[in-house]
Write a protein that binds this ligand. Structure first.
Ligand code: TEU
Length: 553
């Protein structure tokens, strides 16, 4: 008897039942031979995304930018940087994507602008400029030092002194990324209006960069020391010496999110429900869950980065998933991600033999998955020669692995020079992976056992199996500590996912009688019926089994 289950996948909006694919636009497809990807390049590759089977793609920033942080330093919220194309290119991309049934999610960078944004140029021009209060300016302490102890994510203090006006301005990231003052109503209105600009152009949703940073302690009190460094998901140097409790997550985030949400909801139509996901590096599940809003009227989804931080073993991964399921407010929908443009490639983090298991996990958990471009190929971090390093995080805080270039290298389309990413002879903005001739879309499409074809199959299975798209999650106890086994169930369907997170064989008994039907496996070497009373998982193996109708033992 299958109880307490969701049934009709079609009644779920696309952002719940679907899969999001993240495109880092510099690295996806170069259409004009300058070595950097662009919007037209994305349009040229839409047929690939359709084939792959994703539902929506999110494009990292393409706004005009001095590129101090490769687009996360925006100098105009209502245009496209010439490097990436034009507004007309963007409109064409939206039209072509929608024609294929693909949703378009764009990055929105609310916490900070570029220091070259006209707003900041005005703001810094004098203490009594009308835009002074659009940013966070404070006098030095009597000894000339910064107003408080806050640190910038990318090294050094979060304050830079403007010599001409004698005050410090706040920047949670680079000095070239001054923080906006969201408590100023004019700032809020200008930003909401920028959202309306893109909503009118037809975007389906937004990814809000560092959404938890926009509201800080109004009194700008010091952060306390972090007595247990190492809690962040990757080495962050001095930044990790503090608990970031004052420089983010102030309670008035909630009414602010509600105002943002109201603008987005006001553009909803029957056929086009809009959506926002917040980039929220909050790891305490209850605090994270609060960002859905008490009335579920804040973030549609606060991004959940817990899997990036979990140790790659079955106990930690299950503990994380269970903690998310437990913390989730009634009616809210979970989400998972295994990699992005700030974090290691999955195959590098978990080891190439586990990459397919990781993909099966991501695409079978209950919750919206985001796939970072190239993960479907099993792309790995690429070692960047020091003289080609680009990322300011790595350049400013060298030697501890903060640089993000290794996970941002060009997409590997085929074995031709420049991997089909850029024309032959062009110098690409970051070097290609050394393995691109054997690890690319063309080669992997032709290999039935590739991670690309596994990803494609799992994406198709989510469409044909409501249990996978929207079904309930239940972990199975009594299996070896090295394996993570769970079911996904709707009223009429139950599938079981058995993942071996080690390179050893494991045997166990499931709490079901009889047999199930193999749907697919990471090795693509299993078919037909499979015993549920005695299961053998090969090293690095994941199996997906239809157990609809199976009886509990
Ligand atoms: O990242 C926010 C963030 O906190 C990350 O900086 C992360 O902690 C760091 O990269 C270590 O991996 C967002 C964007 O995703 C990132 O690319 C931007 O650089 C940053 O905001 C500033 O806009």
């Amino acid at each position: 008897m299958i109880e307490n289950v969701q049934t009709d996948a079609d009644s779920f909006p696309w952002w719940k039942r679907g899969v999001i694919y993240q495109i880092y636009p510099r690295s996806f497809q170069d259409s004009n031979g300058d070595g950097t990807g662009d919007l037209r390049g994305i349009t040229e590759r839409l047929d690939y995304l359709s084939w792959l089977g994703i539902d929506a793609f999110w494009i990292s920033p393409f706004y005009p930018s001095p590129m101090a942080d490769f687009g996360y330093d925006v100098s105009n919220y209502r245009d496209v940087d010439p490097l990436f194309g034009t507004l007309a290119d963007f409109d064409a991309l939206v039209e072509e994507a929608h024609a294929r049934g693909l949703k378009v999610v764009i990055d929105f960078v609310p916490n900070h602008t570029s220091d070259q944004h006209p707003w900041f140029v005005e703001s810094r021009s004098s203490r009594d400029n009308p835009k002074r209060d659009w940013y966070v300016w404070r006098d030095p302490k009597p000894d000339g030092s910064p107003p408080n102890n806050w640190l910038a994510t990318f090294g050094g203090p979060a304050w830079t002194l403007d010599e001409a006006t004698g005050q410090y301005y706040l920047h949670g990231f680079l000095p070239q990324q001054p923080d906006l003052n969201w408590r100023n109503p004019e700032v809020k209105e200008a930003m909401l209006d920028a959202l309306r600009f893109w909503l009118r152009r037809g975007v389906d949703g937004f990814r809000f960069d560092v959404a938890h940073h926009i509201m800080k302690d109004p009194e700008l009190r010091d952060n306390p020391a972090n007595e247990t460094p190492g809690i962040l998901h990757k080495p962050m140097g001095d930044f990790d010496s503090q608990l970031h409790v004052m420089d983010r997550m102030h309670a008035d985030l909630h009414p602010t999110y509600q105002e943002i949400r109201a603008v987005i909801d006001s553009f909803n139509t029957e056929t086009q429900p809009r959506f926002m996901i917040g980039e929220t590096h909050i790891f305490e599940p209850v605090q994270w869950a609060s960002l859905y809003g008490e009335q579920l009227n804040e973030m549609h989804m606060p991004a959940n980065f817990g899997l990036l931080r979990a140790q790659w073993n079955a106990k930690s991964v299950r503990a994380h998933v269970d903690s998310i399921e437990a913390a989730l407010p009634a009616g809210a929908w979970p989400n998972y991600v295994l990699s992005n443009h700030d974090d290691w490639r999955t195959a590098t983090r978990v080891g190439p033999p586990q990459a397919k298991v990781a993909m099966m996990l991501l695409l079978t958990l209950r919750g919206t998955p985001t796939i970072y471009y190239g993960e479907e190929l099993g792309m790995e971090n690429v070692e960047i020669p020091p003289d080609q390093e680009q990322d300011p995080a790595g350049l400013r805080v060298p030697g501890i692995g903060m640089g993000r270039d290794p996970e941002r290298t060009p997409m590997q389309w085929d074995a031709s020079p420049n991997a089909g990413f850029a024309p032959e002879g062009v110098t690409t903005w970051l070097p290609l992976a050394p393995d691109y001739k054997t690890r690319n879309v063309a080669v992997e499409k032709a290999d039935p056992k590739s991670i690309l074809n596994l990803t494609n199959e799992l994406l198709e299975l989510r469409k044909s199996h409501p249990a996978l798209a929207v079904g309930d999650y239940a972990a199975i106890d009594g299996v070896p500590d090295e394996c993570f086994v769970y079911t996904r169930s709707t009223a009429g369907q139950r599938v079981l996912i058995a993942l071996n997170l080690t390179n050893q064989e494991h045997q166990f008994t499931l709490p079901y009688t009889g047999t199930g039907q193999v749907v697919t496996s990471t090795g693509k070497d299993r078919t037909g019926k499979i015993s549920l009373t005695f299961m053998v998982l090969q090293p690095n193996e994941g199996i997906l089994i239809d157990i609809t109708g199976a009886k509990l033992a």
